[in-house]
Write a protein that binds this ligand. Structure first.
Ligand SMILES: Cc1ncc(COP(=O)(O)O)c(C=O)c1O
Length: 415
């Protein structure tokens, strides 16, 4: 198979700077195709929606194309199930306000200790409606959810279960299928945060059976924005908080105010860019024979990305484990790499995470430090008031040479 990074790198103008971008979990770089789509929107289609003139009609088409692209990305049944927003956090707050209207005092909402705060804080606000919050805890040794405690948490009062697909701090991939199935058994609605998962694995909302799932295109080579999938029947049953003259039908009723049209143009371009990778470099597996066109290519792209990132991550992990004083958080067993994304989170004895990130930054290697808003998790691990941890995450454009340069620089900093 052709090397993925070799195939894609020249298409990402930012990579020409020579920096090592291991900050992908905070946001990836974008290919020229996305930059072009955003610029073309301004040149050729810039207008508000639903007008009776050319640029407005073009805007309508671009928004429809964006919905259709994301419907393929999620394997949603229809483009009406796709809601665009400023980012995942805003969409989640907005949705929690609508779902809050369904709750009675004493109803229960399940959140996890492992999640980004964007999948916790919006649900905590439901306490103002009398909701009781139940916490799904995680094992500190490997940062996996304590699913043994799941059935104990759920009961007929559970109305909402909010869970992450993958931890943006430790890379843990959660068994969301199992959690969704258990939540459905008790009649609860399910919300999945797929922000950290989306750049690394294919998403299939029909297979998952979730009611809602959110992600952020700027984490998978697209523009800064957020996208929410909502199951049609559930979206239609909710009351959206909206201005009175705006559309009453889904999905528009959940999109407050003017949308970010240029970002939507870029989202469609990012999805098409990924699909082209699957078409050009991927191979169909037996499982997705029933899928065709862009959906199939997207799955093929994710298989190519997964293979490339796993190889690099194995190298990264082995190198990290050789650095004296380095403590890796999360799953570190090389035999369990399928249970995690290629996102490494670590501390080093005697050096603060900020100092490490700054020293790497001076060498043109970009990593994050702190809690990355996995605030509950970092506090639970006792790292909240100690500067959190360093996070180095791999993306599809990273290379083995970059991994080696990172490891060599980090080893020098650690000495
Ligand atoms: C797992 C996870 N969830 C939610 C968010 C918030 O996404 P947004 O920036 O689109 O609000 C992030 C952002 O880093 C994330 O990594």
């Amino acid at each position: 198979m052709k090397d993925l990074a070799a195939h894609v790198r020249s298409q990402f103008p930012a990579l020409a700077s020579g920096a090592v971008f291991f900050d992908g979990p905070g946001g990836t770089q974008v290919p020229q195709a996305v930059i072009d789509a955003v610029a073309a929107y301004f040149r050729e289609a810039n207008a508000n929606e639903h007008g009776l003139f050319a640029t407005s009609r073009r805007s309508d088409e671009i928004i429809a194309a964006g919905r259709s692209a994301m419907a393929d990305f999620f394997n949603a049944r229809s483009a009406d199930e796709i809601v665009f927003g400023a980012n995942m956090t805003t969409l989640t707050f907005h949705l929690s306000r609508s779902l809050g209207q369904l709750l009675q005092p004493g109803d229960e909402v399940v959140v996890t200790r492992l999640d980004h705060d964007a999948n916790i804080a919006p649900w905590l606000y439901l306490q103002e409606k009398g909701a009781v919050i139940r916490w799904l805890e995680f094992h500190p040794e490997d940062c996996t959810l304590d699913l043994g405690g799941l059935e104990r948490l759920l009961n007929k009062k559970t109305r909402i279960v909010a869970v992450g697909c993958a931890s943006n701090a430790f890379g843990t991939i959660n068994d969301v299928s199992r959690i969704i199935a258990a939540a459905r058994q008790v009649g609860a609605l399910t919300f999945v945060d797929a922000v950290h998962y989306a750049p690394h694995r294919p998403i299939d909302v029909q297979l998952l059976g979730c009611d809602f799932l959110a992600c952020s295109p700027y984490k998978f080579y697209g523009p800064h924005s957020g996208v929410l999938f909502g199951r049609r029947e559930v979206l239609e049953s909710l009351r959206a908080t909206k201005v009175r003259p705006s559309a009453a039908a889904i999905p528009d009723c959940f999109e407050t105010g003017t949308k970010n049209h240029e970002a939507i143009a870029g989202i469609a371009a990012a999805v098409d860019y990924l699909a082209a990778i699957g078409r050009d470099l991927g191979a169909a597996s037996g499982f997705d024979r029933y899928e065709t066109g862009r959906r199939r290519w997207l799955k093929q792209a994710m298989a190519v990305i997964m293979e490339h990132e796993s190889l690099l991550f194995t190298r990264l992990l082995a190198g990290l484990q050789e650095i004296p004083g380095l403590r890796l958080l999360g799953i570190s067993d090389p035999a369990r790499l399928s249970e995690r994304t290629p996102t490494a989170c670590f501390t080093l004895t005697g050096l603060s995470p900020a100092k490490i990130a700054e020293s790497l930054g001076q060498e043109n290697i970009q990593v994050w430090d702190g809690d990355y808003y996995a605030w509950e998790a970092m506090n639970f691990l006792g790292l909240g008031d100690r500067g959190g941890a360093v996070r180095a995450g791999l993306s599809m454009y990273n290379t083995g040479v970059e991994v080696d340069r990172f490891l060599e620089t980090l080893s020098r900093i650690a000495r």
